[in-house]
Design a protein. Structure first.
Length: 738
């Protein structure tokens, strides 16, 4: 079973998934061999397929959300091409409500498993194993909860409703083995994987499919089972962050949450935990108990601070409740939120956060602003500023026209992703000062800055790029096909538009192309150039809707000018990239390297001074830190050429494979070494042999490298920057347009 992450910078690898692990543990208990594909490595699609094929699987199951759908589709296609006998199954939230659309669009998928997967998968495996895992021999008509192909037609069997059918059995959920107690997930992975104490939800929110999937029921693990699992994890303890309790509302049954907390305290369990919950299902007494039980962080879902909007979305009362003008419960809900957030902060929970949405049913721009005004006054650490998104399968999806929404597919061919409009321009609602969006945007721009600087993160050559800089205005299908093969799954795509007007004109169609043709990543960021007074500036396209104060512009400055400003200590230069336009610029960088080298302690120099600007050509003064060695980043030009340096000649085009690019590069290196007589040079072992030393001539570059000792100090700057990067963690960012 495979769970690709969705293209955010924190989770670009293949990690454990709690739902998949429940299924794996249940299958293993019943005699089947099953495991999760987990890796801390980056792969492109081809390398990922090879790794999975090493397990020699008969079946590969994918846990599919909107955010990772395209990655799942590409890997499944690769597996089918590698071995057509491998049975491909998609399960998870998206296949549960879009199995028809998935199987229409992705021919490599043989089956979709809908809703709860444990017992459906067991029946399915029994049927397949008794037929030698040959789909054409298996009778799948009697297995509820699956969608499959039969004679080129798609058949959707009835839902299984397993949990709902067993509500008379107390704690039926305990039937399924714990992913941790069964050692399906190691204890060390509990953060960030998390635990659950319940499944489902009994609330009435019209925007959420959790309650619909469970028919507004809560299915419970026994308190004893929850404590047994936590006791097991307590033996490990060494977690990098709090273990999430992934229930949709941990305190929906307050008395049960109280019992769990009391049992945690009684059993001396010392685990850091976090949860999200509802303020109207929480009291000061319960928060005290939660804090004592180790719940260090808590989030509250508000959505709106306007009673009539809360009624429309069913947050407190069902949306169709009578006495529509009587919003007493909604008003109490809002007041309770103020009290509970304040008290959580008072007792030392950290962080305390709130989630809201703008663009909700029955909401006006004035209503949305009231929500922001309330959040600004709350004593919280941050809030999540979400734009309302209509998901298939939710109550609002079935009557969205009633509230004046329209829904359109994001792609022309890829019908999985949908967009909805809003009753007003949601981008006119200014973010509050505690919006996590502000921090998120700055960190995204920071990552872009590092990529554009060609600062290395990997130190070995892999058969794919981690980043692709698309230095063109129009993304066409052949480029996406090349990216599919040559970019890491969940890698970074950064598009640079030639000007603001081109961004406004073409960005939507470029996104459509990426969705339609299946990009291997949803981490796609767009910027446009502005030029004035000799400075070239890149601005995020999102700054046009979020406001230019969100994030920061990236300035490309001549190295000489940037170094003068740095020495003047005039302002923070974190958003500056030094670029060498002429030999004066190059000398400015060399002088800096000499100053650091002669300071006595280069590390103390870097530590005690203001941060250096990013130096685009720093790699040429090292022996082993160039993009030309590890091929981390590709730069795509308007002619579909591929460059590995801002000043390089093309080393191929998008018709070339990665192996072609390597061959071209090796041939070029050989020519350079021979023409410069590098093998007889005294600096041969400590010179990177820069292939494209512009603005220097080859002769001048070699002269500098022979006369100066730059390698150690340049490596020190790079190492120092990497250490700084570790402190500036990019945030999760779902790229579905919502």
């Amino acid at each position: 079973m495979i769970f690709p992450s969705g293209g955010d910078l924190l989770s670009s690898k293949f990690k454990y998934h709690l739902g998949s692990s429940y299924i794996i543990a249940y299958l293993k208990e019943n005699g089947y061999e099953a495991e999760q594909f987990v890796s801390n490595e980056n792969f492109n699609v081809g390398e990922c397929v090879k790794k999975i094929a090493e397990y020699k699987p008969k079946i590969v199951g994918f846990t599919v959300y909107e955010k990772n759908f395209m990655q799942c589709a590409l890997i499944s296609r690769g597996l089918k091409a590698f071995n057509s006998d491998i049975i491909i199954i998609f399960g998870g939230p998206t296949p549960s409500v879009q199995s028809q659309e998935i199987m229409d669009r992705v021919r490599s998928v043989d089956l979709c498993v809908r809703w709860e997967g444990e017992e459906t998968m067991l029946k399915l495996l029994f049927t397949l194993s008794t037929n030698s895992f040959k789909l054409n021999r298996a009778n799948l008509d009697k297995i509820n909860g699956i969608t499959f192909r039969k004679e080129k037609e798609i058949h959707i069997n009835p839902n299984s409703n397993i949990l709902l059918s067993n509500t008379s059995t107390k704690y039926y959920l305990d039937k399924y083995p714990s992913p941790y107690l069964s050692e399906t997930i190691p204890a060390s992975a509990a953060f960030p994987t998390g635990v659950i104490t319940t499944r489902g939800c009994n609330q009435n929110c019209v925007y959420c499919n959790c309650a619909i999937m469970s028919k507004r029921n809560l299915f419970l693990h026994s308190v004893e089972r929850v404590i047994e699992e936590l006791l097991y994890l307590n033996e490990y303890r060494d977690f990098k962050g709090p273990i999430p309790i992934n229930d949709d509302g941990f305190t929906i049954i307050p008395a049960r949450a109280k019992r769990i907390c009391e049992k945690i305290i009684y059993n001396n369990i010392k685990l850091p935990l976090s949860c999200i919950t509802r303020c109207d299902k929480t009291t000061e007494e319960l928060l005290d108990l939660m804090k004592q039980a180790g719940i260090v962080s808590v989030g509250f879902s508000l959505e709106s601070a306007v009673p009539k909007v809360l009624r429309a979305i069913g947050k407190v009362n069902p949306p169709e409740s009578s006495n529509l003008e009587n919003y007493n419960k909604e008003k109490l809900f809002i007041e309770k939120l103020k009290t509970m957030t304040s008290y959580a902060k008072k007792i030392g929970m950290q962080p305390v956060f709130v989630s809201i949405m703008v663009g909700l049913p029955n909401e006006s721009i004035q209503d949305a602003q009231k929500t922001i005004d309330l959040v600004n006054k709350l004593d919280i650490d941050f809030y999540s500023h979400n734009k309302f998104h209509i998901y298939r399968g939710t109550p609002i999806y079935h009557n969205f026209k009633k509230y004046g929404y329209n829904i359109t597919p994001i792609g022309n061919k890829n019908k999985i992703f949908i967009n909805n409009d809003f009753p007003f321009d949601v981008f006119k609602i200014k973010l509050g000062p505690k919006a996590v969006t502000e921090k998120s945007r700055k960190l995204i721009d920071y990552n872009t800055l590092k990529v554009l600087s060609l600062n290395p993160k990997r130190d070995i050559l892999r058969p794919f790029f981690r980043n692709v800089i698309v230095n063109v205005d129009i993304i066409k299908t052949p480029l996406v096909k090349w990216i599919q093969e040559n970019l890491a799954i969940n890698g970074t795509i950064i598009q640079l538009y030639s000007e603001k007007l081109k961004y406004k004109e073409l960005h939507k169609s470029n996104e459509t192309t990426l969705y339609d043709e299946f990009s291997p990543t949803m981490y796609y960021e767009s910027y446009y150039w502005e030029h004035s007074d000799g400075t070239s500036t890149l601005k995020s396209g999102e700054s046009l809707v979020l406001g230019e104060k969100i994030g920061f512009p990236i300035e490309m400055k001549a190295s000489n000018l940037a170094m003068e400003e740095y020495k003047a200590n005039s302002y923070n230069m974190d958003n500056i990239v030094c670029v060498d336009h002429n030999i004066i610029d190059t000398r400015a960088i060399i002088n800096l390297l000499n100053e650091i080298s002669n300071s006595g302690s280069g590390f103390n120099f870097l530590l005690n001074k203001k941060p250096l600007p990013n130096i685009q050509q720093l790699c040429r003064w090292t022996s082993s830190s160039g993009n030309c060695l590890n091929l981390e980043t590709a730069i795509i030009g308007p002619d579909n050429s591929i460059r590995i340096c801002w000043y390089s000649n093309p080393i191929g085009n998008i018709e070339n494979s990665f192996s072609d690019i390597i061959r071209n590069l090796e041939h070029l290196k050989k020519e350079v070494i021979e023409s410069r007589n590098c093998l007889t040079c005294v600096k041969n072992a400590t010179c990177i042999k820069c292939l494209f030393p512009f603005p220097l001539s080859t002769k001048k570059y070699c002269q500098f490298k022979n006369d100066l000792e730059t390698n150690e100090v340049a490596k020190l700057i790079i190492s120092f920057n990497i250490s700084k990067d570790l402190l500036i963690k990019p945030s999760n960012r779902l790229k579905i347009k919502n």
